[in-house]
Design a protein around this ligand. Structure first.
Ligand code: SAM
Length: 757
């Protein structure tokens, strides 16, 4: 396991008007808000979500704050070690936590989470502050979140990816992915069985219609350092067909797994976002229903035969849940089958999906079909498919999963799992033909696209033209009106890491029952292409220089390197992609895809003052975990904590300041990029944890190639010391000439110390 840059545990500033910033604010939100809603209560009582006598228990639970949860990330082996460390060093010490005379439980592993790699913390915030045992644990969590070993996520939000049954190296599409908590799980599942020296294969396309949120997604996913990851920016209901070459045949791309975690009204998050109490209305679900159908239907088109597609919301509302499921099952004409997953995730308490429900008008009347609406004009504004099907039995809606807060002290969620059992699109038929050695013509491919588009477009036709959706802009995020128009957004982005999420939401359209369909998305969203993504020729002179200097394994796939910046070689950063990502980048119609980000940065050209180095490319911190397995040991230096302290605390430590062993190894090395492998077992980190850091070995000194923030945080965490500042005259000269190709500012902050000698 490598050292990984982490998302911040603590959110900086409240950038989301819908989410309390910290738990403290959330606690005070609970105190200051009225946690009650007459219409909500009437609405859900009538839906028979739970037996009548149980409703008060369900309702009362919604008024209580949500416990926090975290999951252990990374490969299974690594994750199991961290779990053991938590049990031995923390849980063991927290058996008798008593604050103000009350005894509190230690963090509990969640029984249904595979390998119990997820914990729930039920004690209140005051205990976290006032118990030394919990305070120590909290510190550990903050540190491990930063290194990416754990991830804070709402418990129920972890369910959909677990039910996707993702196998390593598959192709997966996450249609509405930002801010990326579920994408994180998907990427981890793709890499679950990664072995040393094995090249990661597979593809995870994480899409979001909101450009700013897709940037956030990229930021969150960076810590997972996957060459299989690609972020795109499209309206998911019109996600493009991209022809990919497979076994010499060009076929529209299809995925082994698809997740449709659609925008929703979000009342399942009431315990986390108490403001939803104030803003809830029966119109919100109706306003989103058609978009949800469109997104899910497009996902169904893009799933392979035999593939699994999961539909989920963080809403209790049948209009956004079973109604959407029933409509897509109808439109798929038997191609999709709702799966019985009652044997999966044993221990997770779930209730069956509803077979019937009621739709509520603006004035609080319940209606069971469009025919009951007297006023023909308003009748047009209810999507027909929001009403229960006349004959629900063959659909098996009971196979949907409803997760209720009072069952296991969680948030609320809805999940439904499907398999494509019959061909649905021309793409499906093409794949079948290809597998039987036949091929289809270009005309067939075009026909496939027209067919797909027509079906998706037809969805909102019977719902009439939508009313303007009221969008409440986030007070602090500078999301633009423009974007709001394109994105029918979401009160409930569930379970997110406590990250800064620029958010806006469709307020329950109090305008009405008129709040029928959500605003019809434009064919595509405004988005930017980040950079010209260009694969490098395997005999590119820069690559040959790298290969020889670092002693790259002869089997290393030299044809999977990517350039994302312009062709100014001084700024050149070199990325690596999986074979599956490469096949997308090489598609003849790649330009139809709005790619926000892809590729794992492995190398970056050092500043211009490195005449003495044989290879002017340094290693990047995110690329080290992958590349270290494939380079010769002669560019690695093994050090202990004392040497690490020198490396982190000093601005540009001289080689003579390191231990005798480290000096001896460093003296064998020519100037250039190298990896320091640190044994951190003494630092109370999980045993066998190896921290790998990229270092520039200059003529007389060394410099760790971490950005300022990561260096400071690591130094403080391990040694409780703030690193010496880089002297101004060195900092200025040592900056690589603008090495920023659209990424975060990390590369700008990575200093070289070639002139520190
Ligand atoms: C419930 S959130 C997704 C949460 C995410 N899956 C996670 O686990 O972190 C819904 C997301 O859908 C996006 N969205 C809304 N309308 C969309 C559309 N038409 N196409 C694609 N994404 C859309 C929103 O920007 C939002 O990020």
């Amino acid at each position: 396991m490598g050292f990984r840059k982490g998302a911040r545990w603590k959110k900086k500033g409240n950038q989301d008007s819908n989410k309390p910033d910290t738990r403290k604010e959330r606690d005070s939100s609970f105190k200051s808000l009225v946690l009650d809603h007459e219409v909500f209560k009437k609405y859900y009582k009538a839906q028979n979500l739970v037996p009548e006598e149980e409703f008060e228990e369900f309702y009362a639970c919604l008024k209580t704050p949500l416990p926090s949860t975290f999951r252990i990330t990374g490969t299974k082996n690594n994750a199991l070690q961290i779990r053991k460390f938590i049990e031995d060093h923390h849980v063991a010490n927290m058996q008798n936590v008593v604050v103000d005379g009350v005894k509190y439980d230690p963090p509990n592993p969640v029984s249904w989470y595979p390998d119990q790699l997820c914990y729930q913390i039920t004690c209140p915030r005051s205990v976290l502050r006032n118990s030394p045992e919990y305070a120590t644990f909290q510190k550990f969590l903050v540190a491990e979140n930063e290194t990416g070993n754990i991830s804070r996520q709402e418990l129920v939000s972890m369910v959909p990816p677990l039910l996707m049954d993702i196998q390593p190296h598959q192709r997966v599409l996450d249609m509405c992915a930002a801010p990326g908590s579920k994408t994180g799980q998907i990427v981890e599942a793709i890499h679950a069985n990664d072995k040393l020296n094995e090249m990661p294969t597979g593809l995870v396309v994480a899409n979001d219609a909101d450009y700013k949120r897709s940037q956030l997604l990229v930021h969150q996913l960076k810590r997972l350092q996957s060459p299989c990851f690609m972020a795109t920016n499209h309206d998911a209901s019109h996600f493009p067909n991209i022809p990919i070459l497979e076994d010499g045949v060009s076929i529209p791309w299809q995925f082994d797994r698809v997740l449709c975690d659609v925008p929703c009204s979000g009342d399942g998050t009431l315990r986390k976002n108490p403001k939803v109490w104030k803003e809830w209305s029966q119109g919100a679900a109706l306003a989103l229903h058609s978009v949800q159908v469109q997104i899910f239907l497009r996902g169904a088109q893009l799933i392979k035969m035999g593939g699994r597609i999961v539909y989920s919301t963080c809403s209790f509302n049948p209009v956004e849940n079973e109604a959407v499921v029933a409509e897509v099952l109808r439109l798929s004409n038997g191609a999709l089958e709702l799966k019985d997953v009652s044997n999966e995730l044993p221990g997770l308490i779930r209730r069956p999906g509803l077979k019937t429900w009621k739709v509520m008008t603006r004035d609080g009347q319940f209606i069971s079909s469009v025919d009951e609406i007297e006023n023909a004009r308003s009748g047009r504004k209810f999507p027909k498919s929001a009403f229960p099907p006349e004959n629900p039995d063959p659909l098996h809606l009971e196979r949907c999963l409803r997760i209720y807060p009072h069952d296991q002290n969680t948030g609320g969620f809805f999940v439904a799992v499907f398999e494509k059992v019959k061909p649905m699109t021309v793409a499906d038929r093409m794949t079948i033909a290809k597998d039987h050695g036949q091929s289809l013509s270009t005309n067939d491919i075009q026909a496939a696209e027209v067919e797909d588009e027509t079906l998706v477009k037809s969805i909102s036709a019977d719902a009439g033209s939508p009313p303007p959706t009221k969008v409440v802009e986030d007070a602090t995020a500078d999301s633009t009106k423009d974007q709001a128009e394109h994105t029918p957004e979401i009160p409930g982005s569930d379970g997110d890491n406590e990250s800064s999420i620029p958010n806006k939401r469709v307020a329950a359209s109090t305008e009405s029952e008129s709040a029928a369909p959500a605003k019809k998305p434009k064919k595509d969203v405004d988005s930017k292409k980040e950079a010209p993504f260009a694969m490098m020729a395997s005999d590119n002179p820069d690559l040959l220089q790298i290969k020889s200097f670092y002693g790259l394994d002869p089997a290393f796939p030299m044809d999977q390197f990517l350039l994302r910046s312009d062709l100014d070689t001084r700024n050149r950063q070199i990325y690596f992609v999986s074979d599956a990502v490469k096949s997308v980048l090489e598609s003849k119609q790649f330009n139809r895809l709005n790619v926000v980000n892809t590729g794992l940065r492995l190398f970056a050209r050092q500043g211009s003052l490195v005449d003495t180095a044989e290879c002017i490319f340094r290693l990047s911190s995110e690329g080290v975990p992958l590349i270290h397995q494939h380079i010769k040991d002669h560019r690695s230096v093994h050090i202990g904590l004392d040497d690490l302290k020198v490396l982190l605390v000093k601005a540009f430590p001289m080689i003579t300041e390191f231990s005798a062993e480290a000096q001896s190894k460093l003296n064998e090395l020519t100037p250039g990029g190298t990896i320091f492998i640190v044994d951190v077992s003494e630092a109370h980190l999980p045993a066998d944890t190896k921290m790998m850091l990229p270092v520039w070995r200059a003529k007389f000194s060394c410099n760790v190639l971490l950005n300022k923030h990561d260096k400071k945080s690591l130094c403080q965490r391990l040694f409780g010391i703030t690193p010496e500042p880089t002297p101004g005259h060195i900092k200025d000269k040592s900056q690589p000439p603008t090495a920023n190709d659209g990424e975060e500012s990390t590369s700008k902050e990575e200093t070289t110390n070639t002139n520190a000698e």
